[in-house]
Each structure stands twice: as structure tokens, then as C-alpha cells.
Design a protein around this ligand. Structure first.
Ligand code: F6P
Length: 501
């Protein structure tokens, strides 16, 4: 590795002969010194495979890369999305901590949209509608879906269902269990040009047989009007909000319907508090900065090819899916902002599943596989169910797994040996409130952005998803029997598709 991150190699080499257990035994104070709190969120990095000297090097890199300035530029509305020449002002959707004119103007627009959402909520609450179908994909689906799964109360005024996948079985299965008379649909698409969403929107519109129960959220009002949805039933989006950062905007409207407006606003407040922390805390006390530096350390100094995220709370089971888009669509880049190749590996593959289910699935690999997989464990201290024995066992499992990965277990029998020395971060939420979930998601958003700054890449474009979409458009006529494919392998595959029942 060369350049800005090059000095990390030397620390990785220095530490290569030692183990995590030894690092902790030699410096027990790191159990509390390598930990910090931001509002409802506590993070412990003591089981990362760095020592104080390596951390000093990481924070020196953070200083040189001006991470504090980078956060100010993001929240202040500078054109941090340089390849598309625009700002990424998602922090302004939740607060106005950055006192710049662009941020204030964006925040005012977001507040106006929130007022519109309140109006539409009241209108729907006054009707016979009990079921809401949210139609969208990617950033127009994953965030709101996570919020609903994590936070919707069982007695909510509306039940919200999500329809994202292009596969017609998804629409078929969903509509089979709903009554059109009691349903409304929200089509969520920043571009209002996404094929999946428009096809599913057309299916649901035909099924509803009443356009008055069709709503839209989009940054393309003309396309919404072209689809036949009146401005009074449309909510805005803006080009300064990326899809994967948009759950705080009207894209979250379906979630607001499931949670209630009050809880949705509490989510925004928790998110804004994490923005304020990120903007004001010194680097050493800054949670997103610690998280981003740890990610870069694991990727570039220790060579981790993947990163697992394991929430130990059933309500957070969709968090890994949301983070996969957030992290990998943002950081899956090979060229720097100036178009030159990156000097170090960028994002590892992110994956994960809810614990304790995951323990009975892939944990064997985490404990004894040949590749070390850094883990973000996430726990919730207070449960909101009455099953105390389950909760105690759940927390015991959470602590035990992190300890087992770190310390391992020796044995004369190589099959029984647990090598240990496998690093993890432990994030703890006091309780799964809207505020805490807002803070947790923003921690990851800012960590992702800071990683992009350290790698010199743009976290806010996603040109890599375009080629496949364009090819699919080009192949559609061939699938429907008109025309051929240029590529010989695709031609052979088309022959198979056409020749089978
Ligand atoms: O697949 C890429 C993507 O552009 C995502 O970035 C986005 O969240 C998703 O498609 C949906 O886009 P839209 O909201 O415009 O329908």
C-alpha cells in the first residue's frame, strides 16, 4: 500500500506477531478507553486488532485527510458528489446543525415536505384505508422497510406492505392477501423511471381500480403527472438526496404511516443528534470517525475481504440488507474522484444476519474458517417483550460470541481448536427507540462517507449499476421474440429460454 494509508502497513507488521488476547492483557484499560458513547449509542472497539500506537497513526491519517472538514463540507451543502456536480444534503432532511445557506434552504424544503406528509397522513386516516402498499426498490425500499419492521407498533392505524421485486410472484403473492377496497399505494421512485417500480405500479394501479388511492414520492414531478397521479397526492424528493440516504425524506412516508408521524419525527431527531455529534465531537471522541478508521484498518492494514454485521435483535433483522446497499453502492468504486485508480482496496463485501439465528447458520466459518471476518455486533440492552429468560440468553450469546471470536480456545486436537484473534466492534443501544435507530443508521452513513474521503472516492454516485440496466432494456425485445442478441453466449441462452415450455 502506498500514499496516505501506507503507514498502516508498518503497524500491521509490528502487530502481526501478537494476538488480540495479548493486546488486551497488556493494556486492560483499553476495555474502557477504546469505547465511547454518543447519545443512546455505546460503541466498544477494544476487540479491534490495533493498539494505541496504531490508533495514533489512524487518527493522524484522519487529521491529514481533514475528516472534520469533510463532515462540514457534506453537511454544509458543498458539491461532495463531484462526479454529478451536486451536494449530498441528506443531513438537512433531519436537522439544521450546519448553518450554511444551502443546508438551511434544504432543511426548509424538508420541513415543508414533512408538513405535506402530515396532511396526507390525516387524509388517509380519515378514509377506510387500512393497508398501504409501498412500491419502490433499492433506496426507495430498504430503508423504509427496515423502519417498519423495526418500529411499527402492532396496533398501528395502517399496515404497510412492501413491493419491490421485479419478479411478478412478488406482486401476485402480496395482492392475493389484500383487499383493494381497503388499500392505497405509494409509488416511491426518485427518478420515476425505474422499470421494476413502474411495472409493479401499473399492476397495483389496475388492481386498485381507483387512482384516487394512488400516491407518489419522486424528484420527477412531470413523470408522476404523466403516470396520472395528481400533485395533491405527490410528495417531493430532490436531486441532492441519494436514494440510499433518502429514508429521512418523503421516501419514508410509508414508514411514517406505519409508525405514526410522531415516531417518524423522533427518528429524525435521533438522526439529527448523531449529525450534531459527528459535526462537533473532536476526532478522538467522534463515533463515526472511530468506525470509519476501524473499517479502513481492517480492510487496508489487515486485508479483510468481507465484513459482517450481526444485530442481536429480531427487530433489526433487515439492517444488514439496508447497510449492504448503503455501504456497497457507496463505496464499491475503483477510481478516485480525479479518475485515477485507487491506491488501496476499497469496500469489502458486507453481509450479515440476525443473531442468534446466524449462530446456527454461518458462525462455524467465523470461528474456524481460514478467512478472518471482522464483525459489527449490535445489541439492545432493554427488550420490549415480556420474555425475560429469552432476553438474558440473547445478551449472553451476544457477549459470548464476541469473546469466543477474540480469545479462541486452545486444544491438542486441531479440530477442536478455536484460533481466536478475530476482531469485532460491539455497538449497544439502550433501547430500540426511533431516536436510537435514527442515530445508528446515521452512524453508518457518516462512517461510509468518511471511508470514501480516506479512499478519495465518491460515495454518492452509482454508475456501476447502469450497464446491466441498459443491457436488460436492449434484450427485452429479444426475450419477447423480436430481434437477437449481439453476444454469442447470450444468444445461446436466449435459444434455451425460447425452446423451453
Ligand atoms: O439500482 C440503483 C438505484 O439507482 C439506487 O441507487 C436507487 O435507490 C434505486 O435504483 C431506485 O431508484 P429510484 O428511486 O429512482 O426508483
Amino acid at each position: 500500500m502506498t500514499g496516505r494509508l501506507g503507514s498502516l502497513d508498518e503497524h500491521a507488521r509490528r502487530l502481526s506477531g501478537t494476538t488480540l488476547a495479548r493486546l488486551i492483557a497488556d493494556d486492560p484499560a483499553r476495555s474502557t478507553d477504546f469505547a465511547l458513547r454518543a447519545g443512546p449509542l455505546y460503541a466498544n472497539f477494544a476487540r479491534q486488532r490495533y493498539d494505541r500506537t496504531a490508533l495514533d497513526a489512524l487518527f493522524a491519517i484522519a487529521e491529514r485527510a481533514d475528516l472534520a472538514g469533510a463532515l462540514q463540507r457534506l453537511c454544509g451543502g458543498e458539491a461532495v458528489n463531484a462526479t454529478e456536480g451536486r451536494a449530498a444534503l441528506h443531513p438537512a432532511l433531519r436537522g439544521d446543525a450546519a448553518m450554511t445557506a444551502p443546508a438551511r434552504s434544504a432543511h426548509a424544503q424538508a420541513r415543508a415536505a414533512l408538513a405535506q406528509m402530515r396532511g396526507l397522513y390525516a387524509h388517509l386516516a380519515d378514509s377506510a384505508v387500512t393497508e398501504i402498499i409501498s412500491i419502490g426498490i433499492g433506496g426507495s425500499d430498504l430503508g423504509p422497510r427496515l423502519l417498519v419492521d423495526a418500529l411499527a407498533p402492532p396496533d398501528a392505524r395502517f399496515r404497510v406492505h412492501f413491493l419491490s421485486n421485479l419478479d411478478g410472484h412478488a406482486a401476485q403473492r402480496l395482492l392475493a392477501r389484500l383487499d383493494p377496497q381497503r388499500s392505497a399505494a405509494v409509488i416511491v421512485s426518485k427518478s420515476f423511471g425505474t422499470r421494476e417500480t413502474l411495472l409493479n405500479g401499473a399492476i397495483v394501479r389496475a388492481w386498485l381500480k381507483d387512482d384516487a388511492r394512488l400516491y407518489a414520492v419522486s424528484a420527477a414531478p412531470q413523470r408522476v403527472a404523466g403516470f396520472g397521479i395528481a400533485p395533491a397526492r405527490s410528495l417531493p424528493m430532490w436531486d441532492w438526496v441519494g436514494g440510499r440516504y433518502s429514508l429521512w425524506s418523503a421516501v419514508g412516508f410509508p414508514a411514517a404511516l406505519a409508525l405514526g408521524m410522531e415516531a417518524f419525527e423522533a427518528l429524525l431527531a435521533g438522526a439529527a443528534a448523531m449529525d450534531a455529534h459527528a459535526l462537533s465531537a473532536p476526532l478522538r471522541e467522534n463515533l463515526p470517525v472511530w468506525h470509519a478508521l476501524t473499517a479502513v484498518w481492517n480492510r487496508n492494514a489487515l486485508g479483510a475481504a468481507t465484513q459482517a454485521v450481526l444485530p442481536y435483535d429480531e427487530r433489526l433483522r433487515l439492517l444488514p440488507a439496508h447497510l449492504q446497499q448503503l455501504v456497497m453502492e457507496s463505496l464499491g468504486k475503483s477510481v478516485r474522484l480525479d479518475g485515477t485508480p485507487v491506491e488501496a482496496d476499497t469496500v469489502p463485501v458486507w453481509w450479515g444476519r440476525v443473531g442468534s439465528d446466524a449462530q446456527h447458520s454461518f458462525f462455524q466459518t467465523l470461528h474456524q474458517g481460514t478467512q478472518v471476518v471482522p464483525v459489527d455486533f449490535i445489541g439492545v440492552i432493554r427488550a420490549d417483550h415480556p420474555h425475560a429468560a429469552n432476553h438474558s440468553a440473547q445478551l449472553a450469546n451476544l457477549l459470548a460470541q464476541a469473546e469466543a471470536l477474540a480469545n479462541g480456545k486452545d486444544s491438542d486436537d486441531p479440530h477442536l481448536r478455536h484460533p481466536g484473534n478475530r476482531q469485532s466492534t460491539l455497538l449497544l443501544l439502550d433501547a430500540l427507540t426511533p431516536e436510537a435507530l435514527g442515530a445508528l443508521v446515521v452512524l453508518y452513513e457518516h462512517s461510509v462517507y468518511l471511508q470514501s474521503v480516506l479512499w478519495g472516492i465518491n460515495a454518492f454516485d452509482q454508475f456501476g449499476v447502469e450497464l446491466g440496466k441498459t443491457l436488460a432494456d436492449r434484450l427485452l425485445p429479444a426475450i419477447e421474440g423480436q430481434g437477437a442478441a449481439d453476444d454469442p453466449v447470450t444468444r445461446a441462452l436466449l435459444a434455451q429460454l425460447r425452446g423451453r415450455p
